[in-house]
Design a protein around this ligand. Structure first.
Ligand code: GAR
Length: 188
């Protein structure tokens, strides 16, 4: 059985779609949710879906370094095959990325290398792009720069509002992220 852990900071809709996709799988299971935010809605989802969760509350620590050390200590205490970032809104330090090289994936709501960083959907929309999309990539030491595994385009239509565009993006994230994770693990 391959085991994945998921890091998320907020809503957790991708977390939920991944958990549901693998809920009946005999070869892949979601071992644990890790969140840096004790108020994140994703925790309610984990409870409802009966997935183990660990809160490492960022606000509880003196600074970023102490938070990251606590995260690393926790990661070292569990075994997993793949670390999946799904709306994890912090940057992993280089020592964690290097320790788990090739074992961390992220999803980003743009066609990287366009619109790295925060508010990627809104930036593409405000820039009046004709297309945007999603990218699933390995995590390296940069921000949204790792090797691209999968991309899917989404057309921005004239009648789209930011809200309808966000909905379309999330829908394709939910559709493809679990399948891409499955493929990565089948090749490991
Ligand atoms: C997703 O759209 C994901 O692509 C994005 O955060 C959202 C989380 O939604 N991630 C980033 O912007 C990372 N830079 P969710 O909490 O409902 O899954």
């Amino acid at each position: 059985m391959k085991e994945i852990i998921i890091l998320a900071s907020g809503n957790g809709s991708n977390f939920e779609s991944i958990c549901k996709y693998f809920s009946k799988s005999k070869s892949i299971r979601v071992k644990q949710l890790i969140t840096d935010n004790k108020d994140a809605f994703v925790i309610q989802r984990a409870k409802r879906l009966n997935i183990d969760y660990k809160i490492i509350d960022y606000k509880h620590f003196k600074n970023k370094s102490e938070y990251n050390l606590a995260l690393f200590d926790h990661l070292k205490s569990i075994d997993f095959d793949l670390m999946v970032l799904a709306g994890y809104m912090r940057i992993l330090p280089n020592y964690i990325v290097n320790h788990y090289k090739g074992k961390i994936v992220n999803i980003h709501p743009s066609l990287l290398p366009n619109y790295k960083g925060l508010n990627a959907i809104a930036k593409a929309y405000e820039n009046k792009e004709r297309y945007t999309g999603i990218t699933i990539h390995y995590v390296d030491e940069g921000v949204d720069t790792g090797q691209i595994i999968f991309q899917k385009k989404v057309r921005i239509r004239k009648k789209d509002t930011l809200e309808t565009l966000e909905k379309k993006i999330h829908k394709i994230e939910h559709k493809y992220y679990p399948k891409v994770i499955e493929k990565i693990l089948s090749e490991k």
